[in-house]
Write a protein that binds this ligand. Structure first.
Ligand code: C2O
Ligand code: CU
Ligand code: CU
Length: 426
């Protein structure tokens, strides 16, 4: 709905049932009662208001992941919307076109609430991107990927919601499901024409990272923060929880009757199966992937006013202390950093085991991984996966909004076990 230059959406969180597995009814919590929630569309610089109506029996928080959002609408983990209450979130969207997503962000309960279904995709478009001849319309596909586990009756299983042996261990590492769902369906098949398609891949899993591959070349055109400077051809693509990537796949390279499988090389059996494309017709295709996509300004670390350290490590396995940043559990009142508005800063992130680290408010660029510069031109990201015992340096600039935000591990169980820090832009 559009009212006076503002795009207006209403999302009602409700308990519902969905047929995720054939013939079974799964109780979910969904935005609008669906799993996942609807894909919302927005335009750069056009104010979008989302009214959240909470009809669940628990408090919730809405966060637009990747959104450049004023603090009061960013879904700070303690800004709760009580059961029966509602509120409006305002997204000015002064940011480049990108594939974002929205999800619950309630302190200590994000993992189970997202698991039940509180997640959806959010596409920001802009004229720069629209001027490119990339595949569009029905050939522009938002694909929200997440894993879930189910009982025989179709109910989703989440450790801690029921007591099973080994539950605590499963929870500490982050909760993995044994079925991969794409837009809420297991191993779905989509019929496609012999043409180029744009796949907007979003890893909305609580804790699973994927290595996605089709068996043929994929042309990556965008990451978390929108278009890359130039396309790059990849044979496989790693996507940690929270990350997005966009690829163009040319099904014109296949024959009618062929099936192309999108598989997860990091999984086996059912955890390797993501989705299938059945090539079933010829259709005109005037799309193309230009050799230059966008201009990505390189943030200069020499202009950084400060370098800050954030150590991501666990005390959970042994002492029952959970997962920590700089040795401390999340405290909504303690500001771990106070960057100045307009400043460029370098943040040095270190890990014990793998942690996908996500920063709110502004996108960043990766400067180095264990001291090595990443290959290729700079790219805007909002989530970066630290592998075991890594040091990753990122550079960012704090723009437009003063106030409180968070930085956290996007393994949602780690986040719920307090691997989160608040910072305040001053
Ligand atoms: Cu995708 Cu702070 O969240
Ligand atoms: Cu976020
Ligand atoms: Cu983690």
């Amino acid at each position: 709905r559009s009212v006076g230059g503002v795009d207006y959406y209403e999302l009602t969180e409700r308990a519902a049932e969905a047929e995720l597995l054939p013939g079974l009814r799964t109780p979910i919590w969904g935005y609008g009662g669906t799993f996942p929630g609807p894909t919302l569309q927005a335009s750069r610089g056009r104010r979008t208001v989302v009214k959240l109506v909470n009809q669940l029996g628990e408090p919730t928080v809405l966060h637009l992941h990747g959104g450049h959002t004023p603090p009061e609408s960013d879904g700070f983990p303690t800004d709760l919307v009580a059961p029966g209450a509602s509120r409006e979130y305002v997204f000015p969207l002064e940011q480049r076109a990108a594939t974002l997503w929205y999800h619950d962000h309630r302190m200590d309960f994000t993992g189970p609430q997202v698991w039940r279904g509180l997640a959806g995709m959010f596409l920001v478009r802009d004229p720069e991107e629209e001027a490119l001849p990339l595949p569009s319309g029905e050939r522009d596909l938002p694909l929200l990927i997440c894993d879930r586990s189910f009982g025989a009756d179709g109910a989703m299983l989440y450790p801690g919601l029921e007591a099973r042996p080994g539950v605590r261990e499963a929870y500490m590492g982050g909760v993995l499901g044994d079925v991969i769902l794409v837009n809420g369906a297991p191993w779905p098949e989509l019929r496609v024409a012999r043409a180029r398609y744009r796949l907007r891949l979003c890893n909305a899993s609580n804790a699973r990272a994927y290595e996605l591959a089709t068996g043929g070349p994929m042309i990556q055109i965008a990451g978390d923060g929108g278009l890359l400077a130039a396309p790059r051809t990849v044979r496989q693509l790693r996507l940690a929880p929270g990350e997005r990537a966009e690829v163009v796949v040319d099904f014109g390279a296949y024959k009618i009757g062929q099936r192309v499988e999108l598989r997860n090389l990091a999984g086996e059996g059912a955890q390797a199966r993501v989705m299938r494309f059945a090539v079933d017709r010829d259709e005109a295709d005037d799309s193309a992937v230009p050799g230059r996509l966008s201009t990505v300004e390189a943030l200069d670390p020499a202009r950084a006013t400060v370098t800050r350290d954030f150590e991501f490590s666990g005390g959970g396995m042994h002492g029952g202390m959970g997962w920590l940043i700089n040795g401390r559990p999340f405290d909504a009142r303690r500001m771990e950093a106070r960057p100045k508005l307009g400043d460029i800063e370098v943040w040095r992130l270190t890990s014990d085991v793998a942690h996908p680290v996500h920063l709110h408010l502004d996108h960043f660029q990766v400067l180095s991984v264990n001291g090595e510069r990443p290959a290729g031109p700079p790219e805007w990201k909002d989530t970066v996966e630290l592998r075991d015992a890594q040091t990753v340096e990122i550079v960012t600039r704090f723009t437009d909004y003063r106030g409180r935000y968070v930085l956290h591990c996007h393994n949602l169980e780690h986040e719920d076990m307090a691997m989160m820090a608040a910072f305040e832009v001053v």
